[in-house]
Design a protein around this ligand. Structure first.
Ligand code: ATP
Ligand code: MG
Length: 382
């Protein structure tokens, strides 16, 4: 008899012919997640198991962050031959609990002498006779004791929900424009959850933005990497571009022109990284540069798809998600962002593309972009 961690996966099931590929990825990520705290990871009959861990809680914390994992349960694995021993073990696991319960049985070993209804009946009766403070409620129980009869018997009462999604690396790669704000880490998380690998680009305007602002963004990237694994963050010098825009372009268009430069540079770095799309944290109408016309002007300079998973979310919903994934606190640190440094008083909310393109003629775009790309510092996180 020993304690193991039972790992259930979700949508990977749907993937027909590609399933072995998805499963391999998922298992690799579970292995990577538990390295250092868990020993063996293996698969059998549609489940992943982890055993020989040194720290169960840490193991759970890590595995529930693996995209593709639906839920986990710490379970006891034991010989299935002695049914009374199984019932005794069930009692031991239920003893600390109170309220109502039900027994759920699954029998994939069809030669087992008891069928599922019999297992539920017998084990349920045994528990009731030993623990009279518990009551049965089959419809809405406080606790569910699951008994699975496979190669061994597996008993579990606790279930922790995991992040869901698809295994990392099964759906290509995208480049996240990562600011120090609340929205962009959430946007990156949402796309990564669909199995998309990430790389990041961050623009900083030293000396207007500080070293601490840079560190904050790298910490956000590190927090994201707890879900999506190691990734590269390009820290791009943006001061010269902002200064030139500020000096040479009409004030009401400066924010949008700056955003277009961000897209252009991100796209070059994305291509270098083999990424096929860009991700930003915009949400319709949140600020002047996020009206539909403004987004249209920003998109115009990108040849790749631009994903904006926060586009239909309220700020409160984005904050809730940021809290859940653990980035909110860091995002809330009060360091300046390059966008806030040269904010115009009256940004255009209904910009016209042709006027922006004309305003941009005042800049030596190619040289500015080349210099920014050349000055980009690649930092590996995770
Ligand atoms: P966030 O909370 O993500 O900073 P925001 O609501 O402050 O978003 P903006 O400042 O208009 O919105 O930025 C819109 C998007 O542009 C961000 O979500 C991010 O994807 C990108 N972005 C903004 N500033 C930077 C930056 N300094 N470096 C990289 N990307 C940036
Ligand atoms: Mg911002």
């Amino acid at each position: 008899m020993r304690e193991i961690l039972l790992v259930r996966y979700g949508e990977v099931f749907l993937k027909g012919q590609n399933r072995p590929f998805f499963m391999r990825k998922l298992i690799d990520h579970v292995k990577l997640a538990v390295s250092g705290v868990g020993g063996r990871v293996w698969m059998s009959e549609g489940r992943i198991y982890v055993s020989d861990f040194s720290d169960l809680d840490e193991c759970i914390r890590r595995v529930t962050k693996v995209f593709g994992v639906h839920s986990v349960s710490p379970a006891v694995e034991m010989e299935k031959g002695d049914f009374e021993a199984i019932c005794r073990q069930a009692v031991q696991m239920m003893r600390p609990l109170s309220g109502t319960f039900k027994v759920l049985a699954r029998r994939s070993d069809k030669r087992y002498p008891l069928d599922s209804p019999a297992i539920m009946r017998e084990a349920g009766g045994y528990i009731l006779s030993e623990l009279p403070n518990l009551r049965v409620d089959v419809n809405n129980p406080d606790h569910v004791l699951t008994i699975e009869i496979r190669d061994h018997a597996y008993l579990s009462v606790r279930r922790e929900m995991a992040v869901g999604g698809m295994p990392m690396g099964t759906n290509g790669k995208a480049c996240l424009l990562l600011s120090g704000g609340i929205d962009s880490p959430v946007a990156g998380y949402m796309i990564a959850k669909r199995g998309v690998e990430l790389c990041c680009v961050h623009y900083h305007s030293f000396p207007y933005t500080s070293e601490r602002a840079r560190e904050k963004v790298l910490e956000l990237a590190r927090l994201l990497s707890e879900y999506c694994g190691k990734m590269r963050v390009y820290v791009v010098p943006f001061t010269e571009i902002q200064m030139q825009i500020h000096q040479k372009c009409p004030e009401n268009y400066t924010t949008l022109i700056m955003r277009r430069y961000m897209m252009r540079i991100a796209q070059i770095l994305a291509q270098k990284e083999g990424a096929q799309a860009l991700i930003t944290g915009e949400s319709i109408g949140q600020v002047a540069s996020q009206t539909m016309e403004a987004l249209g002007c920003t998109d115009e300079v990108a040849d790749m798809p631009v994903f904006r998973p926060c586009i239909g979310m309220d700020k409160s919903e984005i904050i809730e998600r940021a809290e859940r994934i653990g980035t909110f606190e860091t995002s809330s640190l009060p360091y300046e962002d390059c966008c806030t440094v040269f904010t115009p008083k009256h940004p255009a909310t209904h910009p016209r593309k042709e006027l922006i393109a004309k305003a941009e003629l005042a800049l030596d775009g190619e040289a500015l972009i080349a210099a920014a790309v050349a000055g980009a510092e690649a930092v590996n996180v995770g």
